[in-house]
Design a protein around this ligand. Structure first.
Ligand code: KIV
Ligand code: ZN
Length: 516
C-alpha cells in the first residue's frame, strides 16, 4: 500500500493560535509525544522569530531521534542560518522554506513582481542547499495563486534543490475538488515533479481542512500536514488525528497507510490541549469527550446489542481506556518513575524528584491517582524550567460570605526574592484575587478569558484553571492546578504573567513576524 508521510506543525503553526505561548520544555514534551505518536516530520518552530523558539527547536533537534526535525524559514539568509544553527544537531535535520505566490500576497505583502519572487525563491533554496539535504519549499497562499505561475516557480525551485513541494491552502479557501485538481495540474505541468514529494497543508476557515487534505491524498500527495486537535491560526489547521483515523477506518476508499500509532491518539490530544490551554470541543471527531458517548435510548439499545450499529471507531483503537487508577499512596519512587516513562513524561532528575514529591502530597488528599492527575501535576508551573525570573505565589487568604464583600490577601515572591503583600476586594472571590495580584504587580492586566475544569471525576479532583490575559497589549495564557479552585485561579493568573516575563527574558518578539 502507498505510504503517506505525516508532517506535524503543532509546535509551529499550532503555536501561532491566539494566546498560545508554550515554554521550551513544554514543546519538548509535546515533541517526544509526537515521536511516540509516529509522525514522520516535526516542524519544531520558527527559529528566527525569537530566541525562545530558537532554543526550543535546538533542544528538540538534539533529543528527538526517530523523526525529521525541521524549522520554518522565510526566504532570507538570516532565517536559513537560524534554522541551520537550530537543527544541525538533529539526526535528520531539515528546513521548511516559504514565500507567497498569490497576486494579493505578492503585491500587497511582499511588494514584489512575480519574477522577483521566483528569483528570491530560487536563491533561498540554493543557499539552503549548502546546509540541508532535506528542503521543503512552500508556495504560501498556493490555492489563490495562478496555476501557470505556480508550475513555473515549482519547476525552478526543484532545479535549485527542493525535495518536497508543499501547496498550502493558507486561508482555508479551497474545496476538496479544486484542491485535488490543483495537484493534478501541477503533476501534469511541472516536468521535473517526479523528483520530489508533494505535500498538502490545509487551514479550516471554511471547515474543510480535513476533507481537503483527504482529497489531496486521493490525488496522489505523498505527505499531509496538520496539527493535533486542529489548533492553529484563526480557525486552525487540519486535525491530524482525524485524518489518521479516517485513513484507517476508510482504508478501502483511500488505500494508503501512515506510521501513526493510533493508540497514542488520545494521550497526544490531551497533552496538547493541556499545555496549550486550548480545550477540545466535546463533540470533536475522534478526540472529543462525547465522541464515543451514546446518549439516545435507541442508540444505547443498538450498541448494547451490537457495537457496530452506531460505533465505527473502537475507543481502544485511539487509546481511550477508562481513566483508571494507576498508582496509590504505597507506590514507591521506582514504580512511579516507570509509570512516568510509560506515559511519555520525560523529566530531568531534579524535576522527576519534584514530581514524585508532588505525587506523594496528592496521595494524602486523593485516594486514586490517575494518568490525568499525573499530567495535571506535571503541568504545575513549578515545573517551568530554565533560569527565567518568575513571580511565585507564597500565600493566599480569602474571606468570602454571601453577605460580605470578598476580600483577599496575597503574598507574592518577586523574581528578586522579595515577598510583597497586598489586600483587595472584588465583586466575587476570583475578582478579589486578581485585583490583589494587580495591586502587587502594578501592571495593567486585563483578564480576557477564564476557564475551569476538573482533572478527574469525584469530589477530590484537582481543579485546572486556564486564563488568557492582556498585559500592556501583549496577550498571554496561563494555567494553574490545585485542589482549591481559588488557589488554582491565582496560580493561572501568575503563570500568564510569568510567561510574558520569560518571553521578555529571552528577548522574544511578538508573534506574527514580518514577511521577508
Ligand atoms: O499556511 C501556510 O501557508 C503556512 C506556510 C508557512 C507554509 O503555514
Ligand atoms: Zn499554515
Amino acid at each position: 500500500m502507498r505510504k503517506v508521510d505525516v508532517f506535524d506543525t503543532t509546535l509551529r503553526d499550532g503555536e501561532q493560535s491566539a494566546g498560545v505561548n508554550l515554554h521550551p520544555h513544554e514543546k519538548l514534551e509535546i515533541a517526544h509525544q509526537l515521536e511516540r505518536y509516529g509522525v514522520d516530520v516535526i516542524e519544531a518552530g520558527f527559529p528566527a522569530s525569537s530566541q525562545g523558539d530558537f532554543q526550543a527547536v535546538k533542544q528538540i533537534a538534539e533529543e528527538v531521534k526517530n523523526c525529521k526535525v525541521v524549522g520554518l524559514a522565510r526566504s532570507t539568509k538570516k532565517d536559513i542560518d537560524a534554522v541551520w544553527q537550530a537543527v544541525k544537531g538533529a539526526k535528520k535535520p531539515g528546513i521548511h522554506l516559504f514565500i507567497a505566490t498569490s497576486p494579493v500576497h505578492m503585491q500587497f505583502k511582499l511588494h514584489k513582481e512575480p519574477e522577483e519572487v521566483i528569483k528570491t525563491a530560487v536563491e533561498s533554496v540554493q543557499y539552503a542547499s549548502q546546509f540541508f539535504s532535506h528542503i521543503q519549499w512552500s508556495a504560501e497562499d498556493a490555492t489563490r495563486s495562478e496555476w501557470p505561475f505556480l508550475a513555473e516557480i515549482i519547476e525552478k525551485v526543484i532545479e535549485a534543490g527542493a525535495k518536497v513541494i508543499n501547496l498550502p491552502d493558507t486561508v482555508g479557501y479551497t474545496t476538496p475538488e479544486e484542491y485535488g485538481k490543483l495537484f493534478q495540474y501541477i503533476k501534469q505541468h511541472v516536468p521535473n515533479i517526479d523528483q520530489v514529494k508533494l505535500s498538502a497543508h490545509c487551514h479550516d476557515d471554511l471547515g474543510m481542512a480535513v476533507s481537503n487534505s483527504l482529497s489531496a491524498i486521493q490525488n496522489g500527495v505523498d505527505q499531509i500536514e496538520g496539527t493535533i486537535n486542529g489548533i492553529g491560526e484563526r480557525a486552525g489547521n487540519a486535525s491530524l488525528e482525524e485524518i489518521a483515523v479516517a485513513l484507517k477506518i476508510r482504508k478501502d476508499a483511500y488505500e494508503v497507510e501512515t506510521n501513526i500509532q493510533l493508540n497514542q491518539t488520545v494521550r497526544t490530544s490531551k497533552l496538547v490541549s493541556k499545555f496549550t490551554g486550548m480545550a477540545v470541543p466535546q463533540n470533536k471527531a475522534v478526540v472529543g469527550a462525547n465522541a464515543f458517548a451514546h446518549e439516545s435510548g435507541i442508540h444505547q439499545d443498538g450498541v448494547l446489542k451490537n457495537k457496530q450499529t452506531y460505533e465505527i471507531i473502537e475507543p481502544e483503537m485511539v487509546g481511550l481506556y477508562s481513566n483508571k487508577m494507576i498508582l496509590g499512596k504505597h507506590s514507591g519512587s521506582h514504580a512511579f518513575h516507570e509509570k512516568c516513562k510509560e506515559l511519555g513524561i520525560y523529566l530531568n532528575e531534579k524535576d522527576g524528584k519534584k514530581l514524585f514529591v508532588a505525587f506523594k502530597e496528592l496521595t494524602a488528599k486523593k485516594k486514586e491517582i490517575t494518568e490525568d492527575d499525573l499530567y495535571a501535576l506535571m503541568m504545575d508551573d513549578s515545573f517551568i524550567k530554565g533560569a527565567s525570573p518568575t513571580y511565585q505565589l507564597e500565600y493566599l487568604q480569602i474571606a468570602y460570605g454571601s453577605r460580605v464583600i470578598p476580600t483577599t490577601t496575597i503574598g507574592i515572591r518577586t523574581p528578586d526574592g522579595e515577598v510583597l503583600q497586598e489586600s483587595a476586594t472584588g465583586k466575587g472571590s476570583v475578582e478579589s484575587v486578581y485585583n490583589t495580584i494587580d495591586r502587587i504587580l502594578k501592571q495593567p492586566i486585563t483578564l480576557v478569558d477564564y476557564r475551569i475544569q476538573s482533572t478527574t471525576d469525584g469530589n477530590d479532583s484537582l481543579a485546572e484553571v486556564y486564563v488568557k490575559v492582556d498585559i500592556a497589549g501583549q496577550s498571554s495564557s496561563g494555567r494553574g492546578v490545585e485542589h482549591d479552585v481559588l488557589e488554582a485561579s491565582a496560580k493561572a493568573y501568575l503563570d500568564a504573567v510569568n510567561r510574558i516575563q520569560v518571553k521578555e527574558y529571552f528577548g522574544e518578539q511578538e508573534k506574527g513576524v514580518s514577511s521577508l
